[in-house]
Design a protein. Structure first.
Length: 596
């Protein structure tokens, strides 16, 4: 209800603002934009008896274009609903008669995002102040979250009582029907509405670790009224593609974009064209560009893709550059007011030349008479792929400008580098065959190493390979986790699976030759303090020895075993935790040693 109160107060405030504005005519046909907020009630028929889904928040925007009673529109909706365990936990006993009083309960919310497009139908009153709409949409939804897990922690057996794996759908086909009632003060209005949203793909997650999607411990009621949980666990192994839907109410604000009045250009006097020497009739007089336009399109030979950001140069018969430019987002560059001559068209994309095009002088005659356009194409015929990438700081959307991005294959002796622009974008040529490493180099950044296999792509179908890479910002004294540095039980031998991550550390130290690094090894709280301290020191030493074996001076790297002294959660001695919680504490980190 708190959401509904906020929505109502916002609408009342907006109404006051609209009434105070100067009256202006309400637009009839045209574009309108709406924002809304409301409450969403889930209607999930997913055969999960002991999980309830709660009413939650709905935020949305709409963009609609109407002619008269008919229009088309686009909707985006964000919906957030709570998932609540309903398995009985009060007066609960296990099969041995022990009352269960403490539980580990995990309840993750479900987040849905819907994108849809479709037709609109409306009725508008004679005053144009009241509008009733039926909006229909077809599109896709992402459905994430909803995992619910209940484990009893009273006896130490960690018996699983209730579980549902939730959802992780990226593009579930969905449909939405919506009624919206709007009152307009001018081109601003307020609206109320209801909707129904249906998801046609409601497939649950499958938990590979547990071996099922959902389940619960059956229970009975004893003669004293207590609830007795069975030792067995009833589960459904196969994920259910069940019905998922929701309905809700909302309120919001609508704005109609006013029509623009076109200002006609008036040609005061027609004069002789400086290009062709003729005086043209309207509209080809002095107020417009007279002469020939050249429209040049850059395309790929094999995929026929248009090529934005291609450098194009127009060279005349005297080998002089007459015009130059860069193709737009449609792969086209236009040169105005070009005099008749024989021309060569040259193109360059990411340091690779395109096949030359040509224009004959004779092609200009008909163009001048009709103010037409000479259209030409230049062709990119190189068999290499082009990596169109972007570099970010890890776990963020912050682009990294000025990082040196390298593509390398040591076996083929291929190494190519480029720098990112201010938005973190970069382009690199990728040979048609081979397996390559992609990484970045910049002071105070610890780059991920991406593996790129050219054979995964087909040059006859794709020219551009879209990739993202990330690098972590390194601050001295701040630990960064090294992934996949795993050891066998009670062992400290470096496994093959750990070497790629340690090689990433080697690469960082080679790129930053003055930096000194500490490798820290951490254990969980199980076993004695002394044993954990010794084991973690041996593991840290093993990591250091491997890095030194790859050419790093031993004076630049040290290893330290922290044992269980730096835990990342509450799982200390005497605290009962799940295995997944202990996993968080078992880790290897690196940190740059701050200079003294």
């Amino acid at each position: 209800m708190k959401y509904l109160k906020l929505i109502i107060l916002s609408i009342i405030g907006a109404c006051g603002t609209m009434r105070s504005q100067t009256s202006e005519p309400i637009s009839d046909k045209g574009l309108q934009f709406s924002i809304r907020a409301g409450l969403d009630k889930p209607l999930f028929n997913n055969n999960v008896p002991y999980v309830d889904y709660k009413i939650g928040l709905n935020l949305g925007v709409s963009l609609d274009y109407y002619w008269k009673w008919f229009g088309v529109g686009f909707d985006f909706d964000y919906l957030n609903n709570g998932a609540k365990n309903s398995y009985p936990l009060t007066n609960l006993f296990n099969s041995s008669g022990t009352q269960l009083t403490s539980f580990a309960v995990q309840e993750n919310k479900i987040t849905r995002m819907f994108y849809g497009f479709g037709p609109d139908f409306r009725y508008v009153s004679n005053s144009k102040k009241f509008q009733t709409e039926l909006n229909t949409r077809i599109g896709f939804s992402s459905i994430k979250g909803g995992e619910v897990e209940v484990v009893e922690t009273t006896t130490g057996s960690d018996q699983l009582l209730n579980y549902h794996a939730g959802y992780d759908l990226s593009s579930s086909l969905s449909a939405k029907a919506q009624l919206r009632f709007t009152y307009f003060f001018n081109n601003f209005g307020v609206h109320l509405g209801v909707y129904y949203l249906k998801h046609f793909d409601g497939t649950e997650l499958y938990n590979a670790t547990k071996g099922f999607s959902t389940g619960f411990a059956p229970f009975t009621t004893n003669q004293d009224g207590g609830i007795v949980a069975d030792e067995t666990f009833a589960f459904r192994k196969e994920p259910c593609d069940c019905d998922l839907a929701s309905m809700g109410v909302f309120a919001g604000i609508t704005f109609k974009f006013p029509k623009k009045v076109k200002e006609e250009k008036v040609c005061a006097q027609c004069v002789e064209c400086t290009v062709c020497g003729k005086t043209h009739a309207l509209p080809m007089c002095a107020c417009q560009v007279c002469g020939c336009k050249l429209s040049i399109t850059a395309k790929d030979k094999f995929t026929h893709e248009i090529l934005p950001d291609t450098d194009v140069v127009l060279v005349n018969s005297s080998a002089q550059t007459i015009n130059s430019g860069k193709t737009n987002g449609f792969g086209v560059v236009v040169f105005d007011n070009v005099k008749p001559d024989n021309y060569t068209i040259k193109g360059l994309l990411n340091t690779v030349s395109l096949e030359d095009g040509s224009i004959a002088k004779s092609e200009f005659a008909s163009c001048q008479a009709n103010n037409g356009v000479i259209a030409k194409e230049i062709i990119y015929s190189d068999r290499n792929f082009i990596i169109k990438g972007r570099a970010f700081e890890c776990n963020s959307t912050i682009p990294i400008a000025g990082i040196n991005v390298t593509l390398e294959n040591k076996e083929l002796a291929i190494k190519k580098s480029t720098m990112t622009d201010a938005q973190g974008n970069f382009l690199l040529q990728l040979p048609e065959t081979g397996v390559f490493e992609l990484y970045g180099r910049k002071e105070s950044y610890f780059s991920q190493i991406e593996r790129v296999t050219a054979s995964n792509y087909n040059r006859d179908k794709n020219l551009f390979v879209q990739l993202e890479m990330c690098a972590e910002k390194v601050d001295c004294g701040k630990g960064l986790g090294l992934k996949n540095i795993l050891f066998d039980l009670d062992k400290y031998v470096i496994k093959e699976s750990a070497k790629p991550e340690l090689n990433r550390l080697v690469r960082f130290m080679l790129d930053n030759p003055t930096v000194k690094v500490e490798v820290g090894s951490h254990t969980d709280c199980r076993s004695s303090h002394a044993y954990n301290k010794k084991l973690s020191q041996n593991r840290a030493n093993a990591s250091v020895d491997y890095v030194v074996s790859q050419g790093i001076e031993r004076s630049r790297i040290t290893g330290k075993g922290y044992g269980e002294t730096v835990l990342l959660n509450e799982c200390a001695d005497g605290v009962k935790c799940l295995e997944s919680q202990h996993d968080i504490n078992r880790r290897t980190e690196m940190k740059v040693i701050c200079p003294e």
